[in-house]
Design a protein. Structure first.
Length: 236
């Protein structure tokens, strides 16, 4: 355990001790059960603040950055709980304290609100991960299209006596792939697979000896056609 973590735990324990001392010293006119309840509620608030302020909420190694996606929601949930819990303690214990059972029920309801809110933040986090996963898959297929087109470019560069028009078409096609937008539509996914397959066929055609330029041009045309169709597809 590093020094920073030890120091943060030490601060947490000191804060908890201070809470207990303050309630015991200033709450001498309250029932012991009510004092214990208030200490528990205040300790929950302390732990929530400790988790949000002292402990790191952002993990740079997490590519989904789901913690960033839930910071706002979690902050609202914690603030609402703190507002309600502190407000209840003040109202119930100033002047004539409300009976313990009533306080216990009210704080139980407020704690239920907190639990519901934290559950909702977990649902939001799962949605962030799901969206990130879908975007990664959508972008991955386009990256694969670029990769196989680059392999064809390299193969053409190594071949001799290849007409300039052929290499120009492939270079232009590779350049145009930069402008494709990721899409989660079924038609877009199908066209991306078709493009990759057409490029694989073109790759195999390049190994014909002697080179069949008519077949090469025809296959490049097929790739260009699929690219143009895919370019018309956008994300839902």
């Amino acid at each position: 355990m590093d020094t920073k973590k030890i120091y943060s735990i030490f601060l947490l324990l000191c804060a908890e001790a201070l809470i207990i001392i303050c309630f015991l010293y200033f709450g001498h006119n309250l029932e012991s059960k009510i004092i214990t309840l208030n200490i528990c509620v205040t300790s929950i608030i302390l732990l929530l603040l400790y988790a949000d302020i002292v402990l790191p909420r952002i993990n740079l190694k997490d590519k989904t950055q789901k913690t960033i996606g839930i910071l706002g929601v979690r902050g609202v949930v914690v603030f609402v709980y703190m507002f309600l819990a502190i407000g209840a303690m003040i109202i119930f214990n100033i002047d004539k304290p409300v009976e313990f059972n009533t306080q216990l029920i009210v704080h139980g309801i407020i704690l239920l609100i907190l639990g519901t809110g934290l559950y909702y933040t977990m649902a939001v986090a799962e949605k962030v991960v799901e969206v990130n996963y879908e975007e990664k898959n959508n972008r991955g297929r386009i990256d694969e299209m670029k990769k196989i087109t680059k392999e064809v470019q390299i193969k053409l560069d190594k071949m001799k006596n290849i007409p300039g028009a052929v290499t120009e078409k492939i270079n232009m096609l590779q350049d145009n792939l930069r402008f494709l937008s990721p899409s989660d539509k079924a038609d877009a996914i199908s066209l991306e697979s078709d493009f990759i397959n057409e490029m694989k066929i073109l790759w195999s055609v390049l190994f014909n000896v002697p080179p069949d330029y008519d077949a090469i041009n025809e296959q490049i045309g097929n790739c260009e056609r699929v690219y143009k169709e895919r370019k018309q597809q956008y994300s839902n």
